[in-house]
Write a protein that binds this ligand. Sequence first.
Ligand SMILES: *Cc1c(COP(=O)(O)O)cnc(C)c1O
Length: 389
Amino acid sequence: MSKNHFETDAVRTQLNRSEFLEHSVPMYVTSSFVFEDAEDMRASFSEEKQRNIYSRFTNPNTSEFVEKICKMEGAEAGYAFATGMAAVFSTFAALLDSGDHIVSARSVFGSTHTLFTKYLPKWNIETSYFKVNEPDKIESLIKPNTKILFAESPTNPAVDVLDLEYLGEIAKKHNLILVIDNCFATPYLQQPIEFGADIVIHSATKLIDGQGRVLGGVAVGRQDLIREIYLFSRNTGPAMSPFNAWVLSKSLETLAVRVEKHCQNAVKLAEFLDKHDKVNFVKYPFLKSHPQYEVARKQMKLGGNIVAFEIKGGIEAGRKFLNNIKMCSLSANLGDTRTIVTHPASTTHSKLSEDDRMEVGISDGLVRVSVGLEHVDDVIKDISQALSS
Ligand SMILES: *Cc1c(COP(=O)(O)O)cnc(C)c1O
């Protein structure tokens, strides 16, 4: 049989039915599993037998979730984590040795950057950074001990886009492991493995759950690398809970329709802001004015749900804008059904110096909107009145 379509795998990938022939998959809320006898136990621990032993290693619900994500990303194997950051940390901790070196985009999720600057150096692992608009500098940063090339695309919060095919070529040429955080795009919009990524990471907390309910993370990719990540994780304990896996596996059934609608709404908001006289510029991957528009069109199915724009009047105007928002939420999450508005310079990134903020594309007036699933006219109405007052 030919391969199923994305939506079909998302809906139809499920565990074998139990004796009750349930239609929807039950939750296996159990910490451990029993053995028939001593021989069964020996064979299971020696991995002669593939089966569930203890839910820190594997659990039916987490396995179902992982299998689905693997199909959607075109990956060989994966492991599910309690949070996106657990997936990021475990990937680096499992794949790197003391003395190894990382080359990463400077614009990465805040906690990932803290991991690079504060924690990995404890194990003598250093990171060199390239600016998203200077990918031609990447090769000059590679050293004999460089092992991982890391990036997110689109980036948070400035919505820059990196050329995944180009990153894949560099990784291959220099024998590096290419790790891509695919959180903003989801596997529905972009599948980095197709462009040469070895490992793809998600914060499932965002669009994969998409309903602001549970935390989760996942890493999928090459079998041999996932094996290392699995062994590290089964011994250190960042596993996803069966309940969260059950929720997230259900969430994946609706990922395609949700993301499709999120993107439709986001384009309309981006076009509205593009013409607004209180706005300096809008950054949205599928607007022609986006600096990496051609790259975005090449590697993404749609532009995603995050719209960034610069409000005229800097920090003060940004703060006023947030205070005038009536319906949209001021929240640290993104990828929710509810539209979320943030102003990084006065909130999440207020501790950074102006120079450091500019390094990651956060100008004083930059506003980030995670466009939700309300009627887009109501979202535009709220943002419009907040810009005018
Ligand atoms: C939120 C986020 C993470 C971290 O995920 P958590 O589930 O919050 O731990 C990592 N990378 C990106 C791009 C994110 O947006």
